[in-house]
Design a protein around this ligand. Structure first.
Ligand code: HEM
Length: 399
């Protein structure tokens, strides 16, 4: 229901038609109902860039402590300490602080050569062929190798980890009950690696997490508990894999449909960083972030009471012409972007942003080295129906 005008716009992200093409309804929300309430599932929605930008930094009003996904917040479960993506300060600051010390942009950028090798060995077998798949043949393979190597997951187990984490992210839209028995630490699976690493230190993140000391909110200086390490490793394995995979699928689709801009990239690789940013803005793997409202707030002249859920539709903010003139629905690899919302904003801004950006830039560079031209086979491509918005297959012809 529109709260600010007499518009009859209806929005539910779980609606299959909306999921297939959400952008027309996003445009209507921004223009006709900048504050919207979904009556059936009882949540509020803001969709303009400025409202999302302002809301995401206001963690005092909009809390992450019950989760960042509508169904999870509605399930109202206790989230264990250490799941810092779903924490507020001061706990969030302490936990994120530890991880940012071992997960630095400098360290991530040092991996570029290795990422290039992973891409080359995934793509080389398709040279001389007439088809390849951005998701099955590259997105499913490179990001899990990188995160697996960083964390110290043996290569033989990496695909099993990817499949488990992918399944774990696929919440069924509209069904809070799915979360009742949700675990944030995949106990048996990673506990063994961590125990083994404790006895066999290496130069991976697991070893660093076992050694690191930090001051927790009580003032005690201590190591992380095994439970906390388990949760951190789970968060990284989940957050760092399917998101990047989905972005690689979008790169295949978007540049397949914009051959002129793709040709510019073939000729001038200095354009790659901004092109990756523009594709992230244009087709983000995650479309919204939700928060629990902790105090009454006024939005577009309407009072919204504490206890409600606010959905920040970041993918809509990214298309807002007020922030991305003259038309946010147009892809332009030369666009001056400032910042978009696809990696979040505020204290929960994506910790893996530097890694995700480098991985996708290198992946695109290596694709263009081998396949400067491609055409998307959209009939054979499959859109993921749950969780993130992206493709489970993105086949292209390269002949
Ligand atoms: C294209 C790829 C990626 C996208 C679209 C993405 C998106 C996001 C978004 C939207 C958030 C904010 C969540 C919120 O505010 O509730 C976030 C947080 C986070 N991301 Fe990413 N991410 C990507 C890649 C990665 C990678 C590669 C890693 C690590 C290996 C990673 C680790 C994290 C972590 C740990 C957080 C939580 C930060 C916090 O709560 O302080 N992400 N990501």
């Amino acid at each position: 229901m529109s709260l600010t005008t007499s518009s009859d716009v209806h929005f539910d992200p779980a609606d299959p038609q909306t999921h297939a093409d959400p952008y027309p309804v996003y445009r209507r929300l921004r223009e006709e109902a900048p504050l919207y309430h979904n009556d059936e599932r009882d949540f509020y929605v803001v969709s303009r860039f400025e409202d999302i930008d302002r809301g995401l930094v206001d963690h005092g009003t909009y809390s992450s402590a019950k989760g960042g996904i509508l169904e999870l917040i509605k399930a109202n479960i206790d989230i264990p300490s250490g799941v810092f993506i779903f924490e507020d300060p001061p706990l969030h600051s302490a936990h994120r602080g530890v991880l940012s010390r071992v997960f630095t942009p400098r360290k991530m950028n040092a991996l570029e050569g290795l990422v290039r090798d992973f891409c080359a060995s995934a793509l080389d077998p398709f040279v001389g062929e007439d088809r390849f798949d951005f998701v099955l043949d590259l997105g499913n393979i490179m990001p899990i190798k990188v995160i697996g190597m960083l964390l110290g997951i043996p290569e033989a187990d990496q695909q099993a980890v990817r499949e488990r984490k992918d399944r774990g992210m696929q919440q069924l839209p509209g069904k809070p009950s799915e979360y009742e028995n949700h675990t944030f630490a995949d106990e048996a699976f990673f506990a063994e690696y961590i125990a083994w690493r404790a006895d066999h230190p290496s130069d991976d993140l697991m070893t660093e997490l076992l050694r690191v000391e930090f001051e927790d909110p009580s003032g005690e200086v201590r190591n992380l508990t095994r439970e906390e390490i388990l949760i951190f490793v789970n968060i990284l394995a989940t957050a760092g894999n399917e998101t990047t995979n989905r972005l690689i699928g979008w790169i295949g689709k978007v540049l397949g449909e914009h051959p002129d801009q793709r040709r510019e990239l073939v000729d001038d690789r200095d354009l790659l960083p901004n092109a990756v940013e523009e594709i992230l803005r244009f087709e983000p793997p995650a479309h919204s972030l939700c928060r629990l409202i902790t105090r009454d707030v006024e939005v577009h002249g309407q009072k919204v009471e504490a206890g409600n859920v606010m959905m920040f539709v970041t993918a809509s903010g990214n298309r807002d012409h007020r922030a991305f003139p003259p038309d946010g629905d147009v892809l332009d690899i030369h666009r001056s972007i400032g910042h978009h919302l696809s990696l979040g904003y505020g204290i929960h801004f994506c910790l893996g942003a530097a890694l995700a950006r480098m991985e996708t830039r290198v992946a695109l560079d290596e694709v263009l080295n081998r396949f400067p031209d491609w055409e998307v086979d959209l009939d054979a491509a499959e859109l993921d129906k749950t969780g993130l918005r992206g493709w489970t297959t993105m086949p292209v012809t390269i002949g």
